[in-house]
Design a protein. Structure first.
Length: 355
């Protein structure tokens, strides 16, 4: 498959000479998650759900950020930018650094020190970005990026750049194309709230174009320790082990509220324990290894079903935003490893496995 700007060129309406910077992002699998549906029926009695996970962790840099970055960096290139800059909890910086490398544009990154999953940091280093770690959280880093953007010498590629949201809409197009209609509900993690804003714009646009008969209820989930939108106040010291969504003042706050209100959906919060158990459930029962923040969507689905917010027989899409390999520390800490060290001896190993 070509990248998403090529795939949806008719919607993005790009000129023939538009300089697309692509790593063939998008076209990620929409995987039927029947174990999730069975679990919900057993625990909460909601029957006949068709649950799909949109595994955006299978993008070129391992997260959904590539969808927006292909467009933001293409546009930066078109405008002759020499530098791009972003604040990040890790994935945006990995993606910006990759697309920057591909475009021949220098990538500058500001990240909270000690709060970036190892895989993401290793990506930014390998792609050759210039990295500054600060003694402050993502919200502080984004404020600094906004200030530096005002110099006019760098292009900001956080989701305050409208091309990011435009590119990310494509995930909603793909889901509708594959299901031949929109789902009834869309569950999604919420951090800086760009992605829920983008999905809602994508679903609206497809509906307006007559490509779907309905629009889903948008169900967004923040982590409990940083639930700014749910609590309707900025969180000064956001905390969650799902570091990707460790954000206390989401830039697209209003976009998330509009998505909720216009779709008749909800923004809820899930605890770290709920995130961790959905994270484990997906790996052990579906064979899908996403990163912790991604599992907030499925944790939210469990919670909404328990609360009676989901109708029997519904079609449900859950975005899994990032790849589990991004955060090996969380996997090793929470994976309940069945591991042993034994001598290299057939009989001993046979006995150990009970064969
Ligand atoms: N899931 C993952 C894996 C993320 O990396 C992010 C955001 C989100 C969910 C939340 O998406 O911000 O659009 O609401 N990561 C950003 C980053 C903040 O810097 O990589 P959102």
């Amino acid at each position: 498959m070509p990248g998403l700007l090529e795939r949806y060129r008719h919607i993005y309406q790009l000129d023939a000479d538009y300089p697309i910077v692509s790593l063939n992002e998008g076209s990620t699998p929409l995987i039927l998650a029947s174990a999730v549906a069975r679990h919900i029926e057993t625990l909460y009695g909601v029957k006949d759900l068709k649950v799909f996970v949109k595994f955006d962790g299978l993008n070129p840099t391992g997260s959904f950020k590539d969808r927006g970055m292909t467009y933001a960096v293409s546009q930066a290139k078109k405008q002759g930018a020499t530098h791009i800059i972003c604040a990040s909890t890790g994935n945006t910086s990995a993606s910006a650094a990759a697309y920057g490398a591909r475009a021949g544009i220098k990538t500058l990154i500001i990240i909270p020190q000690g709060k970036i999953a190892l895989g993401k940091l290793s990506q930014a280093i390998m792609y050759g970005a210039s990295i500054v770690e600060i003694d402050g959280n993502f919200d502080v880093a984004l404020d600094i990026v906004r200030e530096l953007g005002k110099t006019g010498r760098v292009t900001v590629v956080n989701s305050i750049n409208p091309y990011r949201i435009e590119g990310q809409k494509s995930a909603a197009f793909e889901i509708c194309d594959e299901l031949f209609d929109a789902p009834d509900y869309h569950f999604i993690p919420v951090g800086n709230a760009g992605n829920i804003t983008a999905y809602w714009a994508g679903y609206r646009q497809y509906h307006d174009l007559g490509k779907s008969t309905k629009r889903p209820k948008m169900m967004g989930y923040e982590a409990e320790g940083c639930a700014a939108i749910v609590l309707n106040k900025k969180i000064e010291n956001p905390e969650t082990f799902a570091t990707a969504i460790r954000i206390g003042n989401p830039a697209s706050w209003q976009g998330a509220v509009d998505a909720r209100d216009e779709s008749g959906g909800d923004i809820g919060m899930v605890s770290d324990d709920e995130i961790a158990s959905a994270y484990q459930f997906l790996a052990r029962n579906e064979g899908v290894f996403c990163e912790p923040a991604s599992a907030a969507s499925v944790a939210g689905l469990f919670k909404a079903c328990q609360a009676g917010q989901v109708k029997q027989g519904a079609t449900i899409a859950c975005t899994l935003t990032g790849n589990g390999l991004k955060d090996p520390d969380s996997a090793i800490r929470l994976g309940e490893a069945d591991r042993a060290t034994l001598p290299a001896d057939v009989a001993r190993i046979q006995a150990h496995f009970g064969l």
